[in-house]
Design a protein around this ligand. Sequence first.
Ligand code: UTP
Length: 237
Amino acid sequence: MGATDQPGPRPVVLSVGGSVILSADSASDAPYLTELADVLREFGRTTPLAVTTGGGRIAREYIRLGRLLGLTEVELDEVGIAVTRIHARLLAARIGPPTPLTPAVTTEQAAHELHRASPVVLGGTEPGHTTDGVAAMLAVRLRAARLVNATSVAGLYDHDPRTHPDAQRRERLGWEEFRAIVHESAGEHAGQEFVFDRFGADQLRRAGIPLAIVDGRDLPNLRKALAGKPFLGTSVE
Ligand code: UTP
């Protein structure tokens, strides 16, 4: 029986932000990714798990360079996608078999691969959204139990916690409010940073798939969020 066929646990999708993979403190990246790979391998053994990886600051640097070179927005998105796929390769290789080393290029291909192997890891797919959007599309396609968004902050705050020490975390909010926040904050240009992909938020809301936003570097907490247990962060339902 395939990994996404019934019966058995419903698939789970995880979107790992690029800033979680490549942090400001690069010495911690290798030990962190080693442990993350262990967590994903173990969780993916019992639950079909699809993971997307973001491009982070390296993607943004190349997009900035490309913009100076006069590339179009579509070409810049393609540069970003290429970087997200490097991150997918790094994580997939560390997880090891049966995870395919070459990242799927469409959500359809990723869903197909998940019938044979779990976890599967992929980067971006096509221009116009981010890897959060890819994760959301995949979650809809797989009828996932939840989408976990692993970011560099511990959830959704009323202000940016990196610049506002008194920022308050929202523990739970509904789709309408989340959607309004995302639409207010999201930009449309390649390489922009925002809370969650606008298109992805719309996809999840329409399909009624819950979203959990957590600090990706807190692995015990990430594991709880993946398993659908109470976690520290923000729930959108
Ligand atoms: P990311 O998913 O990394 O976007 O893709 P991000 O918002 O910078 O997220 P973090 O900071 O890593 O969490 C990087 C860029 O690659 C292009 C977009 O330009 C995006 O901003 N991209 C990515 C696409 O065009 N399509 C995709 O499917 C994925």
